[in-house]
Design a protein around this ligand. Structure first.
Ligand code: SF4
Length: 339
């Protein structure tokens, strides 16, 4: 373990990408980056990260901000419960710990929105404590390095990953380097599909490499089949303003703003225009969990009464719409309208 940990750490110190959240060890900045990166690619996150920290540079600022502002800064990143939880977490930290991050795993895992992974990331990266973390990249590296054949979703396999992660981080001279190195290796070298074993600092002792198992590991449970949903969406325009409705509790993307939509029964119906006059815009696709939404957006200009019930919402200019926290789907429809 010691020598693998050392080679990996050295490799990281030589090769790590310069990323904005690696500029210092401020726990708040690390926390924001880790949460943003959970479901989103690095390149997408960078501008959001800068914007978020410019507007809300401290834990206190995040705790005190109107939720709509936080959602607006998050708008486009998806998985909005992450933003909501960040704010709840910030309020909790300000209230209970006077705006400081506790350094005990049990305490930090009590913070709303902070689970075992994020706790490990903050404790190790910000405070250099030997606390483990396991994310998708770490799972892939360990599954291959140790030649783990069991499905990674299984509880036993997860336990094994965490055990290995704990052993490795405890053997490291600098926990913050080792944990980031594991994730960096998964992101840059031990990638999905065909990994770049020739460049890997763990190549000498890797089971998957020795046995040629790189492409079959990690093993996963068969995925749930995607369900196609066929929707129409409407950019209803009146006197230069467009109509947006706010999603209600229980709906997807609660509190975010959307164009009115209408679910249809099949692709055949979806391909036909609505019964009233409307200009068809470029169709868009959007994935939510295992749903694949196909939306056919239409632009409909009204002089008086719209042809269907719009529900509660606001008439706004395009500029105002761009500054509201829109759902990612609404952003795509707006883009299609502006094209
Ligand atoms: S040798 Fe290849 S499979 Fe093994 S950890 Fe390195 S990149 Fe991954």
């Amino acid at each position: 373990v010691k020598s693998a940990v050392q080679s990996l750490s050295k490799w990281y110190l030589r090769q790590a990408r310069a990323l904005p959240w690696r500029e210092n060890h401020d726990p708040y900045r690390i926390w924001i980056s880790e949460v943003m990166l959970q479901q989103t690619q690095v390149a997408t996150v960078i501008p959001y990260y800068h914007r978020f920290l410019k507007e809300l540079p401290t834990l206190e600022a995040l705790a005190a901000a109107p939720t709509e502002k936080v959602l607006q800064l998050w708008s486009g990143l998806g998985y909005y419960s992450r933003a909501r939880n960040l704010q709840k977490g910030a309020q909790y930290l300000v209230e209970k710990y006077a705006g400081k991050f506790p350094r005990m795993r049990e305490e930090i895992e009590e913070v709303p929105g902070i689970g075992p992974y994020t706790a490990g990331a903050i404790l190790s990266i910000a405070f250099d404590l030997p606390e483990a973390l396991v994310d998708g990249n770490v799972q892939r590296v360990f599954a291959r390095y140790f030649g783990i054949q069991a499905e990674i979703e299984q509880r036993e396999t997860q336990r094994l990953f965490w055990q290995h992660a704990a052993t490795w981080v405890k053997a490291a001279e600098a926990p913050r380097v080792l944990n980031q190195a594991l994730m960096e290796l998964g992101a840059m070298i031990c990638t999905k599909g065909t990994p770049k074993c020739d460049l890997c600092p763990l190549a000498q002792t890797c089971v998957a490499r020795a046995k040629g198992w790189q492409e079959e590991l990690p093993r996963r449970k068969a995925r749930r089949k995607a369900v196609d949903l066929w929707w129409q969406g409407f950019v209803v325009e009146k006197k230069g303003k467009i109509f947006l409705r706010q999603n209600q509790k229980g709906e997807w993307w609660t509190d975010l703003w959307d164009f009115p939509t209408r679910p249809l029964t099949s692709r055949e119906v979806w391909e036909k225009p609505p019964a009233f006059e409307a200009r068809r815009l470029a169709p868009q696709k959007h994935t939510v969990t295992h749903h694949r939404i196909h939306i056919a957006p239409y632009h409909h200009a009204v002089s008086r009464k719209p042809p269907f019930e719009l529900g509660p919402g606001r008439w706004v200019s395009v500029e105002e719409a761009q500054n509201l926290p829109l759902s990612s789907l609404a952003r795509k429809v707006l883009q299609a309208y502006l094209c």
